[in-house]
Write a protein that binds this ligand. Sequence first.
Ligand code: HEM
Length: 136
Amino acid sequence: MMNAYLSLVSLHVASAIFGLGPLGVLAVSASRSPAPADPERFARQLRIVRWGLLGMFLTGAALIAATHGALGKTGWMRFSFALFVLLGALHGLTSRSVGRALNQSPFAQPRSTAPMLWAMSILVLAITYLMEAKPW
Ligand code: HEM
């Protein structure tokens, strides 16, 4: 049972590395001017992050279920979850504005893209801290 739980935690962390890893790279490339040379690829990487977020949610929910909901009642978990919802909302807004810009030629990166991606990266750092430190 403990082994199964730890495998699930590993899956959760692997999902963060592979699924959310591109976020930092996207933030850096969005901050550079001119805009990314290959906006389709930029949009594709943004979709990887969407799968990453789904992976975090599913593995996280499975961890909570495995502890019969006990972890879901902790303060750090509730606060992290609120930050996670905000993260998902920012991701949705960014994907939408990048998707719209893709339909226009020439591609002009929306001004909000870089600050949104930095905000998402900071949210991931904050959630990582809360999940590791479990401060309350
Ligand atoms: C940006 C999203 C997230 C990141 C970066 C993240 C990261 C982490 C990390 C680094 C751990 C610590 C593993 C350890 O060392 O024990 C962890 C544990 C955990 N996470 Fe997440 N997580 C995220 C989203 C979520 C979500 C959405 C949920 C719930 C639906 C969740 C539920 C949990 C639970 C229950 C644990 C186990 C804590 C324990 O066993 O002590 N996580 N997470």
